[in-house]
Write a protein that binds this ligand. Structure first.
Ligand SMILES: Cc1cc2nc3c(=O)[nH]c(=O)nc-3n(C[C@H](O)[C@H](O)[C@H](O)COP(=O)(O)OP(=O)(O)OC[C@H]3O[C@@H](n4cnc5c(N)ncnc54)[C@H](O)[C@@H]3O)c2cc1C
Length: 342
């Protein structure tokens, strides 16, 4: 056995996913260094186990026992690599907390991640679905990703362009899904703030807080206040944030919906018109609906919650009913955001 590796059998995962869904991993390893990670990944290739890479478990639906190996890359470290003009290139280990990293960059005087404050999870998972909030996506601030290829152990650097970023998407969810483990991310941050204030109610919140000098940290604090007022805290109520992506439909489809539902929430984008999934779910009558221990949150219809004791199967059953009903009422197909492990 190598150092820097914690290994367990029949590991309960209930506390390792923010929906607090019950599941157990046949084998579980936490790797604290790159050699430890290589070692454990090598054993997977040798034994041909199903492999699952776990970050903070905040974008997962665990729907059964996992008869394989769950690996959690706990690779830590944050460092300034170089300054190029007004840009700071900063490398952060995959196991670092996303939110703590955002705060740390702001404390160093580097801006760019402030709108992404309070998103749960790890830095290593941030490129997987290209996390985004309040008008910023991590792809806007990402220089490159270093990842280990599971089958060969080779280290590869993906430039931002090579990551194939799109709305809540990257090649790590499609072309190379399951092939790489992210070990660290290189961010390009600004020493001269270029703030993005026009999404959500950031300006309103800054005014409410009577902020006279709008700094990147003030923006992060405004975002944190807005998020805390809208989204349930996973420490109090099991959830995985938005359960569905905002769907994009054709302009014609959006126009016909707008005629039938004048208060439809819709934003034009390059592909057509993006609809607010939360609005569709709420107007299909699901807000606050409870089925056993799982439910649609009573303040934010986009969030499914586990009141305690619910299972992944129950949650997926509720999600399927919501999808079917939204499709029947609006002819819109909802796509689930969290990844299912079963
Ligand atoms: C309350 C709440 C609010 C949220 N708000 C937002 C939001 O505003 N915007 C947003 O985009 N998301 C949001 N999310 C979703 C979630 O926080 C993000 O998707 C986050 O990046 C997931 O990180 P994680 O470490 O928990 O990943 P996990 O849930 O553990 O894993 C998610 C996926 O990433 C893979 N993965 C994890 N680490 C690695 C790695 N090192 N290498 C390769 N693959 C890896 C996993 O295999 C899995 O496929 C929210 C979730 C919650 C609970």
């Amino acid at each position: 056995m190598v150092a820097d590796l914690a290994f367990f059998q029949q590991q309960p995962l209930d506390r390792l996913n923010t929906l607090r869904l019950p599941a157990r991993a046949r084998f579980f390893a936490r790797a604290f260094s790159e050699p430890a990670l290589r070692y454990i990944l090598g054993s997977v290739t040798a034994h041909n186990f199903p492999l699952y890479i776990l970050g903070g478990g905040s974008n997962l639906v665990l729907a059964g026992a996992l008869d394989g190996l769950v690996v959690q890359p706990a690779l830590m470290g944050r460092e300034l690599i170089t300054m190029q003009g007004d840009t700071a290139l900063v490398r952060v280990g995959a196991g670092e907390s996303w939110h703590q990293t955002v705060l740390w960059t702001l404390q160093q005087g580097w801006s760019g991640l402030e709108n992404l404050a309070l998103i749960p999870g790890t830095v290593g998972a941030s490129p997987i679905q290209n996390i985004g909030a309040y008008g910023v996506e991590v792809s806007d601030r990402l220089h490159s990703v270093r990842a280990l290829q599971i089958s060969t152990g080779d280290l590869r650097t993906f430039t931002a362009d090579e990551c194939g970023f799109a709305y809540r998407d990257s090649i790590f969810k499609s072309q190379v899904a399951g092939e790489y483990v992210v070990i660290d991310v290189l961010f390009k941050l600004n020493t001269k703030p270029d703030l993005c204030l026009d999404y959500g109610d950031i300006r309103g919140e800054l005014a409410r807080q009577q902020v006279s000098r709008i700094s990147p940290m003030a923006v992060a604090q405004a975002v944190m206040a807005i998020r805390s007022s809208k989204l349930p805290d996973p420490a109090q109520l099991g959830n995985a944030g938005s359960f569905f992506k905002n769907p994009t439909v054709s302009v014609e489809h959006a126009n016909s919906l707008k005629q039938a539902f004048p208060d439809l929430v819709a934003y034009p984008n390059a592909q057509g018109v993006k609809l607010a999934a939360g609005w569709l779910i709420e107007h299909a009558g699901w807000k606050g609906y409870q089925q056993g221990a799982v439910a649609v949150h009573d303040r934010q219809a986009l969030v499914l919650v586990n009141h305690g004791g619910g299972t992944g199967a129950e949650l997926l059953d509720l999600a399927a009913k919501i999808r079917a009903s939204v499709n029947a009422k609006f002819a819109v197909e909802l796509e689930q955001e969290p990844i299912i492990w079963q």
